[in-house]
Design a protein around this ligand. Structure first.
Ligand code: AKG
Length: 299
């Protein structure tokens, strides 16, 4: 049985579009998650390019591995699927989007100390619009996260606003530059918290994160959960049976609930496919400094 959210936490999620819950994973579960993660990361040695498991930093070399993301870890290691279904997590999600829940997708983003890549401002909704927006992402922190190691940055209340244009030069780029559309992100909230905490953000919330300039890595296991009656408008993952197998709590339905929500379709494809990091290479102007920018500035 997961933690019971306080009324304040539930209100915060609905009003601001995000909330952080501390102490979701016990120390034992956190250790297991770290150990399973280390095993996957160790397998990146010798890998030369992005594949269906690893998304690699531009500075990755097979003999000096730099993994930026583990893609859909539950597709590769059963432990991760069990974690997606763990009531310590799904019982919390149920308090926000109802008892019937499906996993839409997931990944672990790894911001290595000193060079872990930024993620440009975006809304997850631009990648995977659904028939209603009872869709959110949880983020389990594997490491203590403070201001220096690239916390998630969330713009409060933005989940109630428009869906911004995540296209550039005729292609999807999975990002927008708030300065070019006059969106003030100076009040963005930094989701700092101790390891074992869980961030939760609404699918329409505007968010991003900066380069890790600290001396500690920031690994974040993100899982996208949708109410069972929220059906994806852009892409269903796998065939119907595979889709049903993604139910992690409660009952499925074939009767989607339609809500009056703004959408933009994420088409045409990004110039660089494979991950948000690759998609965002197509953005016309970047907001956050990259590791490569800092090297250039130092030269
Ligand atoms: O890892 C981060 O800091 C940002 C993650 C994110 O927003 C994403 O991958 O969609």
């Amino acid at each position: 049985m997961g933690i019971k959210l306080t009324d304040e936490q539930i209100t915060k999620y609905h009003d601001d579009g995000y909330v952080v819950v501390e102490g979701v994973l016990s120390p034992e579960k956190l250790n297991e998650l770290r150990a399973q993660t280390d095993t996957i990361i160790a397998g990146a040695s010798g890998v030369s390019q992005n594949n269906d498991l690893y998304d690699l930093e531009d500075s990755h070399r097979p003999d000096n591995p730099r993994v930026r993301r583990i893609k859909e870890p539950y597709n590769h290691v059963p432990y991760f699927w069990d974690l997606c279904r763990d009531p310590d997590i799904t019982d919390i999600v149920a308090q926000l989007i109802g008892p019937d829940i499906r996993v839409y997708g997931g990944k672990m983003n790894i911001k290595a100390a000193s060079y872990g890549a930024p993620v440009e401002w975006h809304q997850d909704w631009a990648f995977y619009p659904h028939t209603n927006d009872d869709v959110l992402a949880t983020g389990i922190l594997l490491d203590d996260c403070d201001e220096s190691n690239g916390p998630l940055l969330m713009v409060p209340g933005s989940h109630k606003g428009p869906v911004y244009d995540h296209h550039s030069d005729g292609c999807f780029c999975g990002a927008f530059d708030p300065t070019s559309i006059g969106l003030d992100v100076s009040g963005a909230h930094k989701l700092t918290a101790p390891a074992g905490s869980m961030t939760i953000h609404h699918v329409r919330a505007v968010h991003g994160s900066a380069l890790n300039t600290g001396n500690r890595q920031r690994r974040l296991l993100l899982t996208e959960y949708a109410a069972a009656d929220a059906w994806p408008l852009a892409k269903m993952k796998g065939d119907f049976n595979a889709w049903e197998a993604r139910m992690v709590r409660g009952k499925s339905t074939t009767m989607p609930r339609m809500a009056n929500v703004p959408i933009r379709m994420p088409f045409p494809d990004a110039k660089s496919q494979g991950s948000i990091y690759e998609n965002q290479k197509g953005t016309a102007s970047r907001f956050f400094k990259t590791f490569e920018d800092t090297i250039e500035a130092a030269e």
